[in-house]
Design a protein around this ligand. Structure first.
Ligand code: GDP
Ligand code: MG
Length: 424
């Protein structure tokens, strides 16, 4: 069984939490895109963990975790993350962590370029996580990347990196007039942080291919959501990679395989980190109350997230883009304080109502059309069966199912592993 767990919205839907819950049914968990701009939170009997690079299956004993060639990896960050987990008693060895030799290395100069550009943009900034993700993906497609594979060939590495740095300095030093990138410093950095991860680097394609043929269950873990996809999202306020399920096997290292199932994760309301159009956004007192109730602060960056009502046009679009077969809705418990719950059921553009998610600058003109649903105003965090849900909460779920035309299989009512309801 090959299953992808993906985000339907703008990210932070609770993918890490759902991967952690379902990982026990899978032999292997694979991250297939993105880098340490991800922040997946897992709360279980061992404590609270935030994963930036490691797949969320790392907390399950016996699960093998793979970082695919579609990822960009800051090896300094990875070393620290591995050590942080080992210190907390999590076992990480080449047996349960495998890093693709095709994954691209994110260097300190990518981080610097990211910061320099955001600062140059000033109030027109994209709201980047400033972790070098856009520059490293851009370099990859310029064919000026260094891959994990290159760490295995130290004799030619210095030359390769030297040529790239010469080119990069045209931008960093001559363009932005920042400090010159020093080749010795970068080679040294590669040695310090490359050495400890060498044992994990392997041909993950060979491993995954055999596993799939042996009938193993593989879970593909996405980062961010459909609306942040580079091609199908709210460009340019997207991320720099493909967040969609259709890319999962390619980014993971088994491009020839076919997914059996796609589980889309969406949140009972909306949140969005960074800049860009966010039609259902709630402001003022209404917004801050929801932000506090949901603890909506970036897991990777600590930045306060923008929050809003559940967005039907955006979610319907996201479900379609992901080709979701099943849906998990998270954080329903967060809405328990509301007397009336706003839902964005449509957009209004130039005075006309539309159900469709618009593209390009039309999206910037969209205004939300809200409908108010009844709240339930009681604690639902200990509900474990469909029948436990108060009628208003069940009605809210049904309304979203009908409007998005997709059945909801899991309803999460708390961050802990067992705080959920299986609806069918
Ligand atoms: P991801 O990036 O999609 O993995 O999501 P994040 O980890 O960035 O954000 C989700 C946050 O919500 C985390 O802090 C989770 O612990 C928390 N969370 C997940 N599901 C639930 C839920 O059903 N209820 C509550 N109250 N918190 C949840
Ligand atoms: Mg997150």
């Amino acid at each position: 069984m090959l299953t992808a767990i993906v985000g339907i919205n703008w990210g932070d839907e609770g993918k890490g939490r759902m991967v952690d819950l379902l990982a026990s049914q899978y032999d292997i968990v694979v991250r297939y895109q993105g880098g340490n701009n991800a922040g997946h939170t897992v709360v279980n009997d061992r404590g609270k963990f935030i994963l930036n690079l490691l797949p969320s299956g790392i907390l399950h004993h016996g699960t093998v975790n793979v970082m695919g060639p579609g990822m960009v990896i800051d090896i300094e960050h990875l070393c620290r993350e591995i050590n942080r987990f080992i210190e907390k008693g999590v076992e990480i060895t080449p047996e349960n962590l495998k890093i693709s030799h095709g994954a691209t290395i994110c260097f300190p100069y990518h981080v610097r370029q990211d910061i320099l550009e955001e600062e140059r943009l000033g109030d027109k900034k994209y709201g980047s996580t400033r972790r070098g993700i856009a520059p490293v993906y851009a370099d990859k497609y310029m064919k000026k990347g260094i891959r994990m594979d290159d760490l295995l060939f130290p004799d030619t590495l210095r030359d390769k990196l030297g040529n790239i740095i010469e080119w990069k300095n045209l931008l960093i030093h001559k363009g932005y007039e920042d400090r010159t990138i020093d080749i010795d410093e970068m080679v040294n950095w590669l040695q310090i942080y490359g050495e400890p991860i060498l044992p994990y680097i392997c041909d993950v394609s060979e491993y995954l291919d055999k596993a799939a043929r042996d009938g193993k269950n593989i879970l593909f873990e996405a980062q961010l959501g459909a609306l942040r996809d580079i091609d199908y999202g709210i460009y340019p306020y997207t991320t720099s990679s493909t967040t969609l399920a259709s890319f999962a096997t390619t980014g993971a290292g088994i491009p020839g395989a076919r997914l059996d199932k796609v589980i889309g994760i969406m949140k009972a309301y909306s949140s969005c980190v960074g800049e860009g159009p966010f039609v259902a956004e709630l402001f003022g007192e209404e917004g801050s109350r929801l932000r506090e109730a949901g603890g909506e602060y970036g897991a990777a960056t600590g930045r306060p997230r923008r929050v809003g009502a559940f967005d039907i046009p955006a979610s319907r679009y996201g479900i379609k883009a992901q080709g979701a077969d099943e849906i998990a809705i998270t954080k329903l418990d967060v809405l328990s304080y509301m007397e009336k719950i706003p839902v964005c059921v449509a957009y209004e553009i130039d005075g006309e109502r539309t159900d469709r998610f618009p593209t390009g600058d039309r999206l910037l003109k969209a205004k939300p059309v809200f409908e108010l649903m009844d709240g339930w105003q009681c604690d639902i965090s200990s509900c474990r069966k469909k029948e436990d849900l108060p009628p208003a909460a069940a009605a809210y779920i049904r309304f979203i199912e009908e409007m998005t035309e997709c059945r909801i299989r899991y309803v999460s009512v708390g961050a802990e592993r067992d705080a959920y309801i299986q609806m069918y």
